[in-house]
Design a protein. Sequence first.
Length: 134
Amino acid sequence: RRLTGNQDVQTILVAVDPTTRVFQIWGGAALNGSVIFPILKRLFELRQEDRELLLAPQNYRCLLARQLADELQVADENAVRSAIKRGRADFATMFTSLDGNTPGKHRLIEQVRRKVYLLHPDVQIISMKELNSL
C-alpha cells in the first residue's frame, strides 16, 4: 500500500532529486528549501546506509538537531528544529489534501526522545525515475 489518496495508507513513497534540490513525495507536492532539503537528504542517506547494513527498523540510527546543524553547516540546532517543524506542516497539508485525514505529527520525520530525528519507518525511498513512472 502507498500514498494514493486512499484512507488505507501505510507506505509513503519518496525520491530525492539532487539536481533540483527537491524531496518529492509521490502523489503530492515536493518539499524543498535551503534548510529542509539538506536535512531530508541527510536523513535519506542515513536510512540508505542503515538498510545496506541490514538493520531492523527499530535499530535505524538517529541524528541530534545539533549534529544535523554541524554536518549541514546550518546556523544552529534551532534552525534545524524550525525547518523540520515547517517541513512537517507542509507535508501534513499535502497529505490531508490527498487523503482527507490529518497525518500524525511524526509521519514524515520521526522524533525520538524529543531530541533526535530520523525518517519515519513508513517512508520508502525509491529512485526519481521509479517515482515518475507510477
